[in-house]
Design a protein. Structure first.
Ligand code: FAD
Ligand code: NAP
Length: 337
């Protein structure tokens, strides 16, 4: 059922007030198809958990659709691995917990990421050295214009660093309905990234299980990141920039402690949070919004901020970082201007 003039505040983790002129939910592909036949212009905006969006405009004129397709099924059971199929409307963290309960390995480092399974391929979600492309098998998506279901393999998704074909050349053309993951039956743990090993040591665990790694990730994340239920935010607002060696060398001459990580083709990944911190923005507020005190990559709404205020703050930060380091930060969050 399509409803009119619905507040989107409960549907975005930034807690921004915006109104959907038209709003509907669907919990199956057939329901989605029915809604689309009632929408001749096919102008739609899909929402999962709303944890990676910023509404800058007050009114969304596209039909806002909330994906609630559920389901979790092992569709292939092999000697060493399984293929799990999940409905796009499953909550990502609940999906991870179900995989761990069943003893499947591969998504534990991605514990506690907010949002839905269906949005996970959009930006190839990643944390602690793992990205969904590492476990991704294929997905099914409905082509909005024709109503046909198309399958995309790992290669066809053109995954990159917080990127996929759905954020670039196929932007706005598909609704992802089902995602398939290939997970290992034997643990192949990756604990060397970030503070996982230290956290496991703190927990007194020498030989961690898949569940232990997940618990360590949950514990680190809970200590550093604002819980969107308490403070409005959309996680990292900016991507970590990947720059040429020459740009990195220039920065390192002035700041010998600049964190840097090797990227593809000799390039260098910098930590956007660190760059922002050097400009003095970490923990700064502008009344009811600002930059989080523990993680400068996260912009926060303490209550009542508008999307335009958050967006303008992000522009100010981009300009400051550009002036200090010559590096242009790119927004990771999907902006609706
Ligand atoms: P939404 O915000 O609802 O949508 C995001 C975009 O995807 C929108 O453009 C939307 O139109 C589109 N979309 C959503 N569902 C579909 C679909 N079914 N088909 C087609 N398009 C769709 N991200 C990381 O990568 N790593 C992290 O560690 C991480 N940590 C976070 C921590 C916090 C506290 C928060 C608030 C966010 C974090 N994020 C992280 C960002 C966010 O959680 C992810 O990007 C997540 O995948 C977004 O899912 P969602 O369902 O909320 O997407
Ligand atoms: P962190 O551990 O303090 O590290 C800061 C940055 O350095 C991270 O952004 C990370 O890049 C990079 N980094 C650290 N160790 C690295 C290594 N061994 N190799 C390459 N890069 C390394 O980061 P954090 O803020 O606490 O976040 C922890 C993880 O959760 C990170 O992977 C981060 O991406 C993820 N996260 C993402 C979001 C989001 O919204 N996208 C929000 C919160 C946390 P990467 O970001 O490339 O990993």
């Amino acid at each position: 059922m399509i409803r009119q003039n619905i507040s989107l505040k409960p549907y975005n983790t930034f807690g921004i007030e915006a109104t959907a002129s038209k709003f509907a939910r669907f919990s199956s592909v057939n329901e989605l198809k029915d809604i689309l036949t009632e929408t001749p212009d096919k102008e739609i905006l899909i929402l999962g958990g709303g944890s990676n969006v910023l509404f800058v405009k007050d009114t969304i004129d596209e039909l806002v659709l909330l994906n609630e397709i559920k389901g979790f099924e092992v569709v292939e059971d092999n000697l060493d691995d399984v293929v799990v199929s999940a409905g796009a409307g499953e909550i990502w963290h609940e999906f991870v917990m179900k995989c761990i309960e069943k003893g499947f390995c591969g998504v534990e480092n991605l514990s506690l990421i907010p949002g839905s399974v269906g949005a996970s391929p959009m930006q190839n979600i990643g944390a602690y050295g793992v990205e969904i492309k590492d476990v991704f098998e294929k997905l099914e998506a409905l082509h909005i214009q024709t109503g046909e279901i198309h399958t995309f393999t790992n290669k066809e998704c053109e995954f990159g660093y917080r990127e996929s074909v759905f954020k670039r050349k196929l932007k706005g053309q598909y609704v992802i309905t089902q995602v398939y993951f290939r997970l290992k039956k034997q643990p192949n743990l990756n604990t060397s990234y970030g503070a996982i090993d230290t956290e496991l040591a703190k927990m007194g665990i020498a030989n961690p299980s898949v569940k232990d790694v997940s618990n360590a990730v949950i514990s680190i994340r809970s200590s550093k990141l604002p819980n969107p239920k308490e403070i409005g935010n959309a996680g990292s607002f900016f991507k970590n920039p990947v720059v040429d060696q020459s740009v990195y060398q220039k920065i390192a001459q002035k700041y010998d402690s600049v964190p840097n990580y090797p990227a593809e083709n000799g390039a260098v990944k910098l930590a956007a949070g660190w760059l922002i911190e050097q400009t003095g923005w970490k923990g700064k507020t502008k009344g009811h919004y600002g930059v989080h005190k523990l993680q400068a990559l996260v912009l926060v709404n303490y209550g009542g901020a508008t999307g335009a205020e958050i967006y303008d703050l992000s522009t100010e930060i981009i300009e400051k970082v550009k002036a200090e380091f010559g590096v242009t930060l790119e927004r990771e969050v999907n902006i609706y201007l």
